[in-house]
Design a protein around this ligand. Structure first.
Ligand SMILES: Cc1cc2nc3c(=O)[nH]c(=O)nc-3n(C[C@H](O)[C@H](O)[C@H](O)COP(=O)(O)OP(=O)(O)OC[C@H]3O[C@@H](n4cnc5c(N)ncnc54)[C@H](O)[C@@H]3O)c2cc1C
Length: 493
């Protein structure tokens, strides 16, 4: 290698992580980010004195005692940050107001479920026992002692729950109320029960909390760490093409025509744009082609956020309410509404006020069509907000009059700010069928016929998420060190 230089496309968490670990290992890295801020999807924005948090609900690795915390220490992401661990992951209310709390403490969850449905004792006990097992696993980012035990435990759990979706699990419950509640958690087609089990395992360990300050503050901490290590990040720098010479990635060209060269190029940007636009679809891998054809993505979201002049701290932080009368949001009939408030983070709203959010799965094409007529697009956003406000009014009487700020983000908003294909918020949707991909290390991170080029981030790691994005950048630098015969080293702050 000539001068150990690496160009990184995209300053989301995967790109920032690749930059941090690259700097730690003696590479000269430069990140080119099309936006004016770090973080990509992990971001927040301000409106009328309220902060709208566009990402973190829970973050795996927040417990300083857990091995998953190591990476965040290396990235300088959580230094001196207060973490909130909720008592319950979320709550479910049926249309008569009967409540089920998905407690994070597994003993409390087991007791609560058994009280609600003694007849389901076998299913409940089996579930809680497996969550306890997952809780005890060491999820160290580097393989080492304990990994054999980890593999055996994983295989046992996988054999039992690997092919089971959350809906399959709900169907096993006899009690209709509990069945309905479980059906609403991770309500996505074929969402693996393993995903929910792992999440509850981390919650039980108090290792999936919320960092006070929210998503942009989190991203900025990693950006600071990168700069402190000598890394350079260029903003408002949108990459148009990856330069290829003699079958090797040689650099990049920005949309303003400037060209930059390096020994290696890592794309931490959207996968579709990288493969089909920046590289003109010339280096296609059959498996990736298949993925893009099948389009099993996390459906993009419509996010309605409201700033209200009232303190909602006495309300459950995240509640799913079954609706007596369905509502329509962006052409879809919704029989449930999720109401989330951020009362636990005082940095997001002025004292005595609250930020409230409702999110709905939506379709990219619906909004793309609407956007052909900007008036209709705006009207649809307004309608979504009005529907959410009047629905919450029925749950929290007097709510409507206290609304001071309204913000509606659509799949096109996500696409515009982060470039993510079809506005997806987490890349490839994880299902019981592709889950083994994420367990075995994701999709191919290189393309056939193109040397010195690599991909990281949520489009090569089905399931996405912040720890996965960070680990993707980390693993890539580890791999590059191996290619160069160097020992991968890290430091912590
Ligand atoms: C509403 C929401 C809630 C979420 N909640 C959680 C949660 O609670 N916990 C969790 O772990 N995860 C959560 N996620 C998922 C998580 O945010 C993502 O999986 C993760 O941030 C993906 O990181 P990434 O670096 O792979 O991709 P991105 O964040 O998409 O980063 C890609 C970067 O590349 C840049 N880019 C794209 N094209 C170009 C170009 N041509 N030139 C230059 N730059 C370019 C983009 O601007 C962006 O900064 C949530 C996401 C959303 C949207």
């Amino acid at each position: 290698m000539a001068d150990n230089s690496i160009i990184i496309i995209g300053g989301g968490i995967a790109g920032l992580a690749a930059g941090v670990y690259g700097q730690m290992n003696g590479y000269k890295t430069r990140i080119f980010e099309m936006h004016s801020l770090p973080g990509g999807l992990c971001t927040s924005w301000q409106r009328k004195g309220f902060t709208i948090d566009g990402c973190i609900h829970w973050l795996v690795g927040t417990n300083p005692k857990s091995s998953s915390h190591v990476m965040w220490e290396e990235l300088g992401a959580l230094k001196d940050v207060e973490i909130v661990n909720h008592e319950e992951f979320m709550s479910f209310y049926d249309s008569d107001g009967k409540a089920f709390h998905l407690y994070n403490d597994i003993d409390r969850l087991e007791k609560h479920m058994l009280e609600l449905s003694p007849v389901d004792v076998k299913v409940i006990k089996e579930l809680c026992s497996v969550i306890r097992k997952v809780s005890a696993l060491d999820m160290s980012p580097d393989s080492g002692p304990g990994s054999l035990k980890k593999t055996i435990s994983m295989m046992t759990i996988y054999m039992k729950f690997g092919k089971m979706s959350v809906a399959d699990f709900a169907a096993k419950l006899k009690d209709p109320f509990l069945k309905e509640a479980w059906q609403t958690f991770f309500d996505m087609p074929d969402f693996p029960m393993m995903g929910l089990i792992f999440t509850l395992g981390w919650m039980n360990q108090k290792d999936a909390g919320y960092p006070i300050g929210g998503s942009l503050a989190f991203s900025k901490s990693i950006e600071k760490r990168y700069k402190d290590l000598g890394g350079e990040i260029l903003y408002n720098a949108r990459v148009e093409k990856i330069l290829v010479e003699d079958g090797q990635a040689a650099g990049i060209r920005l949309t303003d025509g400037q060209e930059f060269r390096a020994d290696r190029v890592i794309s931490a940007a959207d996968g579709f744009n990288t493969i089909y636009k920046m590289l003109d679809g010339k280096f296609l891998e059959p498996e990736l082609q298949e993925y893009y054809r099948k389009s099993e993505i996390f459906e993009p979201l419509v996010m309605v956020t409201l700033g209200v002049n009232r303190d909602l701290s006495d309300q459950p932080h995240t509640a799913i309410h079954s609706l007596k009368t369905p509502i329509t949001i962006a052409g879809n009939e919704e029989t449930y509404i999720q109401v989330k408030h951020y009362g636990y983070d005082p940095t997001l709203a002025p004292k005595g006020k609250s930020v409230v959010m409702s999110m709905f799965s939506s379709t990219y094409d619906y909004w793309k069509k609407l956007a052909e007529d900007p008036e209709r697009y705006d009207a649809e956003k307004k309608q979504a907000a009005l529907t959410v406000i009047s629905t919450i009014e029925k749950i929290i009487p007097g709510f409507e009059k206290d609304v001071e700020m309204v913000d509606v983000a659509t799949p096109l908003t996500t696409e515009r700010y982060t470039g993510n294909w079809q506005g997806s918020f987490e890349g490839w949707r994880i299902t019981t069928k592709n889950m083994n991909k994420s367990i075995s290390g994701g999709l191919a991170h290189t393309l056939p016929g193109l040397k010195n080029f690599y991909m990281v981030g949520q489009w090569v790691e089905p399931g996405g998420g912040l720890p996965t994005a960070g680990m993707s950048g980390r693993n890539m630098i580890k791999r590059i060190c191996k290619e160069d015969g160097k020992t991968f080293t890290t430091t912590r702050v």
